[in-house]
Design a binder for this molecule. Structure first.
Ligand code: KG4
Ligand code: ZN
Length: 346
């Protein structure tokens, strides 16, 4: 059987991304036009600004992905695109581009869920999709999601825990804002934490022993705010570094603590980290420290942790393998900002 080349398009938030992936694993090219500098000025994503930038970037990024892969449109077998969740005005740009390519080239369109894409980013760069041994337990930690998901077989997502308020990424972003560390907060906190003492402040490990697999991070953000307010005008760089390190340690302990408890309850073969926060080096390190006997996988390339299109083309291949006929009829799907992450799309 010939390898299947899927061109993936991702524009759910502030990255315009296009990638070409073969058989769900082999990344031929992956191009990301980041808007970080643009949104750093406003301290967060302004949807209209993001959408305008996607309009400017989408065609050059498609061209670049083909060029980098030494391919043209006739080498592509299907178009995959993020259907949701995300910002509607951003999703529409990628979706329109995908639909246009699909109609004009007479190729199937495969609309996929962004969070499912994050989960399947761990399959990228393997030799085959069959290399992963189910059942798999995935901690999905991004700006909007903080979930523990059990996959007993491909694409069968069972949600076993989620955040009751903020996601970990959101907590990183809000805490960075409180500390004046800029946007995006995750990498900024991580950098400040390198020179800080992770035991300087005992922030609350909320819900760590709650007996379920849910999370809560809004109290932690408040605890950081109260600590900062206490210092009034005496907040120097060392204190900022110490708060950042203590905050990061707290988030990682809660995430890994719950993950470990879930592995005690569910008999899984592999444990994966996915989503932007999985780029955090302390989180990865703690996973190795606390569960040395488990088979882990997390995308070794940081560019696969945060938003990218390779993961979109990757998960699309999984859907295609599960039901090869379903997508030629799928031109009726629409971008959906609230798309449920774990609904089965087939
Ligand atoms: O998955 P992602 O790129 O976008 C969403 O789907 O939300 O995740 C973005 C989130 C942001 O909150 C960002 O601060 C966080 O991931 N993040 C990190 C790191 N890199 C990105 N958090 C902690 N440490 C990092 N190194
Ligand atoms: Zn994402």
């Amino acid at each position: 059987m010939n390898a299947l080349k899927i061109l993936g398009i991702e524009t759910s938030c502030d990255e315009t991304a296009v990638a070409i992936v073969e058989d769900g694993v082999n990344v031929i090219s992956s191009v990301i036009a980041s808007q970080i500098d643009l949104h750093a000025k406003t301290g967060g994503v302004v949807p209209e600004v993001a959408a305008r930038e996607h309009v400017l970037k989408i065609i050059p990024v498609i061209d670049e992905a083909l060029k980098k892969g030494n391919l043209d449109f006739h080498d592509i077998d299907a178009i995959a695109v993020t259907q949701g969740p995300g910002l509607l005005s951003s999703l529409i740009i990628g979706y329109t581009a995908a639909l246009t390519l699909s109609k004009s080239l007479n190729l199937p369109i495969i609309p996929v869920n962004h969070i499912a894409g994050h989960i399947y980013s761990n399959w990228l760069d393997l030799n085959s999709i069959d290399e992963v041994e189910y059942p798999v337990l995935v901690l999905t930690v991004s700006g909007g999601h903080n979930d523990l998901v059990l996959l007993e077989s491909p694409l069968e997502f069972k949600l076993i825990g989620e955040t009751l308020d903020d996601a970990a990424g959101e907590a990183f972003d809000k805490t960075a804002r409180i500390l004046g560390l800029g946007y995006p907060g995750g990498p900024a906190i991580s950098k400040a934490a390198e020179n800080g003492n992770p035991h300087a402040y005992a922030f609350p490990r909320a819900m760590l022993n709650s007996g379920d697999f849910n999370f809560s991070f809004s109290g932690l953000k408040t605890a950081v705010l109260q600590t900062v307010e206490k210092f009034e005008n005496n907040l120097n760089q060392q204190k900022i570094n110490d708060i950042a390190a203590s905050f990061q340690e707290c988030v990682c302990e809660i995430l890994i603590g719950k993950l470990r408890k879930a592995t005690e309850k569910y008999n899984v073969n592999e444990v994966h980290l996915a989503g932007g926060v999985s780029a955090n080096s302390r989180l990865r390190e703690m996973l190795q420290e606390k569960m040395p006997n488990k088979k882990f996988r997390y995308t070794n390339k940081l560019s696969y942790c945060t938003d990218n299109a390779a993961m979109i083309a990757g998960v699309a291949y999984q859907y295609h393998m599960k039901n090869p006929d379903s997508y030629s009829k799928n031109t009726e799907a629409k971008p959906d900002p609230q798309l449920e992450p774990y609904q089965n799309q087939i």
